[in-house]
Design a protein around this ligand. Structure first.
Ligand SMILES: Nc1ncnc2c1ncn2[C@@H]1O[C@H](COP(=O)(O)OP(=O)(O)OP(=O)(O)O)[C@@H](O)[C@H]1O
Ligand SMILES: [Mg+2]
Length: 498
């Protein structure tokens, strides 16, 4: 059978980093024209394996065979030449440039010294037409939603004639609609003969698009199965090495005083919104991406301007002009954008986690290092952050573990009011539960928490009350008893309104 033909064969791939054995004797076959899902816990080695295939990292040993040719090591040049394309966890785009300029970045479009922009746009349009999506080649990438940014990445690979496409967590930042669009594109590409490796932590999705699934654990390939031979509980068991119930942990609910009150509050593009938040309460912000949830959070946190309305923290009227002021009043904000706002990539794990508490720990300019170590170690343990040492550079951690560092930084911060924007994005099933437990524990200790999440289950399972936004306006307020997916979606789509 032609669809059994192997396009990529990895044999005995080994890769170590200082203190980390990232890939252990990995062998894997990818068949021509299939969609292979690759899953595993944070730090299991998925991205490292992908980088060995694209030549971004040289493995220590082992061979890579692509389309019948064996390589000791892949290089980015060979990968490009043979048609291997990859979309990484963090995009590599130039946001101020147009779609066409991004798609054809570093590529020749025409002969002669000047780039023919019209031709570049025409070619870009041909590519996106083939994917069945409508996107203006002249639009600036910075103005696109994440879903369309991703499309630019895919188009970029197609412009380079990729016939083997690797997607590292393509759906992590997407809304349900955008995921549908991506799946449509994946099916379209498959029709056209593309071979695809697809990495994701959203386990339900895999069943929709993949033909086979490979599970990695601690740098090893544990199993590869046809998708119809396996179900989700089995996948989880292979991933974490034990049974894991997927439910939201219970918690004791004791509400105290109102610590945050927002009255007719407007940011630049969001509002007016009014709500109160009590100690011990977890309030959800629901809505589609672009509904203004992050804008609202940032304005409350002083990261963006408050245009009108009133804000009270612990009964005191405030108007934050910077996040620093908000932090001084006990607010904390875990950003959804870990790369740009979350952590200092070049600094060590311990530095990042202790950043918001350093003021408290320092005495006469001397940081209390013993105390710092204790707090940081506790966060690392609580969230099982996988790192060879507290001194590891944060950029060397796996994507999900970087996300945990961002979270750990704020959970350690002793802020009384925490805003968590997409707290479990890119985090594996097992760790997600640890993080839910941690959030619950903080609420039990009396912290007031706001959770923004695009994952419906998480929003419904974790929060006590919910505010739903649509186009910057608050369209719905729900109490726990009224929770249902349909209701949230109706408010989120503007179909229902207060
Ligand atoms: N450049 C690097 N330097 C040092 N260690 C690294 C480097 N890249 C990855 N590692 C380590 O290798 C291991 C595997 O990481 P990898 O990024 O492949 O995990 P992953 O499966 O992609 O996880 P995630 O789901 O969180 O993205 C981790 O322990 C990580 O810390
Ligand atoms: Mg990864």
């Amino acid at each position: 059978m032609s669809n059994q033909e192997v396009l990529l064969r990895l044999s005995h791939i080994e890769k170590s980093f200082p203190g980390v054995h990232a890939l252990k004797d990995v062998s894997l076959e990818v068949r021509k024209g299939e969609v292979l899902a690759l899953i595993g816990e944070n730090g299991a080695g998925k991205s490292t394996l992908i980088k060995a295939i694209t030549g971004a990292h040289a493995p220590d040993s082992g061979t890579i065979e692509f389309d019948g040719v064996t390589y000791d090591k892949m290089t980015p040049e060979i990968a490009l030449q043979v048609g291997i394309g990859a979309i990484y966890q963090e995009f590599t785009q130039a946001p101020p440039l147009s779609v066409a300029e991004n798609v054809f970045m570093n590529l020749r479009v025409n002969d002669g010294p000047f780039r023919d922009y019209a031709l570049m746009c025409k070619k870009t349009k041909e590519i996106t037409d083939k994917l069945g999506v409508d996107i203006n080649p002249r639009a600036l990438v910075k103005d696109l939603t994440v879903g369309y940014k991703q499309l630019v990445e895919i188009s970029k690979a197609l412009a380079r004639n990729a016939r083997f496409l690797i997607m590292d967590e393509p759906t992590a930042p997407l809304t349900d609609d955008e995921v549908e669009l991506l799946f449509k594109i994946i099916r379209e590409l498959k029709e056209q003969g593309m071979t695809i490796i697809y990495i994701s932590h959203r386990l339900d999705e895999l069943f929709e698009v993949s033909d086979r699934v490979t599970v990695m654990r601690d740098g090893e390939v544990v199993v590869t199965k046809d998708i119809n031979e396996i179900d989700k509980p089995m996948l989880i068991k292979y991933m974490v090495g034990r049974e894991l119930k997927e439910s939201f942990p219970e918690r004791d609910k004791h509400y105290g005083d109102v610590v945050l009150e927002v009255k007719d509050f407007c940011g630049e593009t969001v509002g007016p919104v009014s709500f109160t938040l009590r100690e011990g309460e977890i309030l959800g912000f629901g809505g589609l991406v672009g509904a203004g949830r992050t804008e609202l959070a940032r304005a409350i946190f002083g990261a963006d301007p408050q245009v009108s309305g009133e804000l009270y923290v612990k009964g005191q009227k405030v108007h934050f002009k910077s996040s620093m002021e908000a932090i001084e009043h006990g607010l904390g904000y875990v950003s959804e954008d870990r790369k740009n706002q979350g952590v200092l990539q070049n600094m060590a794990v311990d530095f990042n986690i202790s950043l918001p508490i350093i003021k408290k720990l320092s005495h006469m300019l001397l940081v209390n290092t013993k105390k710092e170590r204790e707090i940081v170690q506790k966060q690392v343990d609580d969230m099982s952050i996988k790192t060879p040492s507290l001194k590891q550079r944060t950029s060397n951690l796996s994507g999900g573990n970087q996300q945990k560092v961002v979270l750990g930084k704020w959970l350690a911060s002793e802020s009384d009011i925490l805003i968590l924007d997409e707290p479990t994005r890119g985090i594996d099933v097992g760790s997600k539960q640890e993080i839910y437990k941690l959030i619950n524990r903080l609420a039990e200790q009396g912290k007031a928490i706001i959770v923004i999440s695009s994952e419906m289950e998480e929003l419904l399972g974790l929060t006590d009350r919910m505010l739903v936004l649509y186009e910057g306006k608050c369209t719905g307020k729900l109490e726990k008893e009224e929770y249902s997916q349909e209701k949230v979606l109706q408010y989120a789509s503007g179909e229902l309104s207060l």
